[in-house]
Write a protein that binds this ligand. Structure first.
Ligand SMILES: NC(=O)c1ccc[n+]([C@@H]2O[C@H](COP(=O)([O-])OP(=O)(O)OC[C@H]3O[C@@H](n4cnc5c(N)ncnc54)[C@H](O)[C@@H]3O)[C@@H](O)[C@H]2O)c1
Length: 459
């Protein structure tokens, strides 16, 4: 089938490449000429595991192409126009800014109308971007100003892929979700995804776009809640002399709870959870049906990032002033160069404000972090060893694989104080006690710190 992908960011480019990989013909459109120039030249504008090779193979097979002009895609008479443009949070109220989604839909409808080729096809406008409930219906109205009601359909097909393993997620999703009032569109979507459903993947087809739209927000709000729950319980574990890893195992083995997203960390971030929780709150409040659990999650997650600073400060004896702090990891999670709403973007400025000298290292996200954090009062090291040289503490913020396998015994010699503050719990307490450094982690009490009846001596 012919697919047009509008917006080639993390979602659009991965999805476009994967549609080509499963045999469809894909044309990608983006208004950013630099991005398109890079793609046409065979470069990949951001890092995602396996994406570069997949794009190369499909470009060579003639299944994927790139343009800045929607008219080029319309000429190919696509069956689907996927809209995967960004929907950032409005600064004032946290609501999602869907202006680019509407702009893309309108430009496409106009181009289809101008092509004068209305009888030949029945284009389905598929909203891939995460958009507030009601957006797809509004797209129907916008497109309806240019095309007749029988000449197109609108569908919602939210995306659940995770950056860092986005291709694997596309190829083997837990489920696919699509919704449309149009039966013809639902049938076309079934056909589009048949290569995946044939392998046993479940397509949840809803007859209302609103349900499909809400599934996306509900899923992200639930996951954000789960992360925040375990983060809060982790802090309680420290006070009680309990162990958050054992707690996670103990509750996660209950199938009703599930063991995923129960790892404590420095707070959720990234391009989705922060903005999607805010957008859901805004939608709910607008409709006088508040989602108070989600409101609390947002508040607790923000506070949690500040607790992380407190943890660093306390480990350094109550003040970070004039201390050299090596921050290991700037990306919001491993295997991505994305720093959007990364915990590092909250924690590093607080460290700086309180007088710490920050040296940061990330295997691939330093350039993106620099664009946000600037370079005043922060050194971006080219290697982990350079970052920790002379440091009073090394703070692990991202769960990069390379941070799991370090020989801290050897590295300790280059630090001013061999103190590792592991905000991802990458090491077991057994490993930590053999590392030859002072080790601080989350929700666990160092071996020998008491049996829990002493009020909890662990950090
Ligand atoms: N990043 C994720 O992991 C993820 C996962 C699921 C869903 N989503 C959702 O998918 C959507 C896209 O996210 P992203 O991270 O890929 O965004 P992004 O910012 O990385 O990319 C968006 C792209 O859209 C382009 N664009 C903007 N307006 C356009 C227009 N009118 N016409 C053509 N191109 C246009 C931009 O130039 C950019 O290349 C968002 O709604 C996001 O919430 C993201």
């Amino acid at each position: 089938m012919r697919v047009c992908m509008i917006g080639v960011g993390y979602v659009g480019l991965v999805t476009g490449a994967c549609f080509a990989e499963i045999g469809h013909e894909v044309i990608c459109v983006d208004t950013d000429p630099d991005k398109i120039r890079q793609l046409v030249a065979g470069e990949t504008p951001f890092y995602e595991v396996g994406l570069k090779d997949m794009l190369k193979a499909n470009r060579e097979a003639g299944r994927i192409s790139f343009t800045t002009e929607i008219a080029d895609a319309v000429k190919q008479n696509c069956a689907f126009y996927f809209i995967a443009v960004g929907t950032p949070a409005h600064l004032e109220d946290g609501g999602a800014d869907v202006s680019n989604v509407y702009r893309a839909a309108e430009a496409t409808a106009v181009a289809i109308k101008e092509s004068g080729d209305l009888d030949r096809s029945f284009p389905v406008f598929v909203v891939k971007s995460t958009v507030p409930v009601g957006t797809s219906r509004e797209i129907g109205r916008i497109v309806g100003r240019h095309l007749g009601p029988d000449q197109f359909a609108v569908a919602s097909n939210p995306e659940f892929l995770r950056q860092g393993c986005a291709i694997a997620d596309f190829m083997g999703p837990d489920r696919l979700v699509a919704g449309s009032r149009s039966e013809r569109a639902r049938t076309l979507l079934e056909e589009l995804y048949r290569p995946l459903t044939r392998q046993g993947r479940r397509l949840v087809l809803t007859t209302t776009v609103e349900t499909a739209e809400l599934i996306k927000y509900a899923a992200n709000a639930f996951l954000a809640t789960k992360i925040t729950f375990i983060n809060e319980l982790g802090r309680l574990c420290e006070k009680l002399g309990a162990d958050v890893e054992e707690l996670s195992l103990g509750i996660g083995l209950d199938k009703r709870i599930g063991d995923q997203f129960l790892s404590t960390g420095p707070g959720y971030g990234g391009s989705c959870f922060p903005k999607d929780t805010l957008a859901l709150i805004k939608t709910a409040n607008d409709l006088h049906s508040p989602v108070e659990i989600v409101e609390t999650v947002v508040r607790v997650n923000n506070r949690h990032k500040h607790f992380m600073f407190n943890k660093i400060r306390d480990a350094l004896g109550g003040s970070v002033a004039d201390k050299k702090v090596a921050v290991l990891g700037l990306a919001f999670k491993a295997n991505t160069d994305d720093v959007r709403d990364s915990p590092a973007l909250t924690i590093v400025p607080v460290l700086q404000r309180e007088g710490a000298h920050v040296a940061a290292y990330d295997p691939i996200a330093a350039a993106n972090a620099k664009a946000v954090l600037g370079s005043e009062g922060i050194v971006y090291a080219d290697s982990l060893k350079e970052a920790i040289a002379g440091a009073d503490a090394a703070v692990i913020l991202t769960e990069w694989e390379e941070f799991r396998k370090l020989d801290w015994g050897a590295l300790a010699s280059v630090m001013a104080r061999p103190l590792v503050i592991d905000l991802r719990n990458l090491y077991s307490l057994g490993q930590a006690s053999a590392m030859g450094v002072e080790y601080v982690s989350l929700g666990r009490n160092p071996v020998g710190s008491g049996d829990g009846n002493d009020g909890g001596a662990g950090r």
